[in-house]
Ligand binder design. Structure first.
Ligand SMILES: [Zn+2]
Length: 162
């Protein structure tokens, strides 16, 4: 069972599975995207574009250099990073670079908490920055997921330059 799960689709003989995977590819940079729920996309695109989002789910382009953020290949709708209300943290020149979208805490603030205030772990950082206080990740985080991992990455970054 677990073997099957770990298998890359392209290693399987089913052409159908492969095709499905290809459907995730960003129309511009052709890297594979990560699923994003409709509610997340609706909440993050600029007010004037909300209607265009419709009722379908989207993919988020994970390429740092690519201007495309959310896209849906069936409806052929895509949004660039300029069409969103918030910067996507992993995209080039994101400013501010949020680690926690719900409490609007930036990566820099987390790193500062580690380097300047002496925070050593997640608990300290949350105390110093107020991150994850009013968690509404499904709406606020671009992937609709808890920002825990992004904060942890920022803590690691801070610890490594301390
Ligand atoms: Zn892209």
């Amino acid at each position: 069972m677990s073997n099957e799960l770990n298998q890359c689709c392209c290693a399987s003989t089913s052409a159908l599975t492969c095709e499905k995977e290809e459907n995730n590819l960003c129309p511009i940079c052709k890297t594979s995207g990560v699923k994003a729920k409709n509610i997340t996309v609706k909440h993050l695109v600029s007010e004037t574009l909300t209607e265009l989002v419709g009722d379908t789910d989207y993919y988020l382009c994970m390429d740092e250099e690519c201007d495309v953020t959310y896209y849906n290949l069936e409806s052929n709708i895509k949004f660039t990073k300029q069409q969103l209300k918030v910067p996507i943290w992993f995209k080039k020149d994101a400013n501010p670079k949020y680690a926690c979208y719900c409490s609007k805490v930036t990566e820099e603030q987390v790193i500062n908490a580690v380097v300047k205030d002496g925070a050593e772990n997640m608990k300290d950082v949350l105390k110093f920055t107020g991150a994850m206080k009013n968690a509404q990740c499904q709406k606020n985080n671009p992937l609709g997921k808890c920002c825990h991992q992004i904060i942890q990455d920022a803590i690691d970054k801070g610890l490594s330059i301390k």
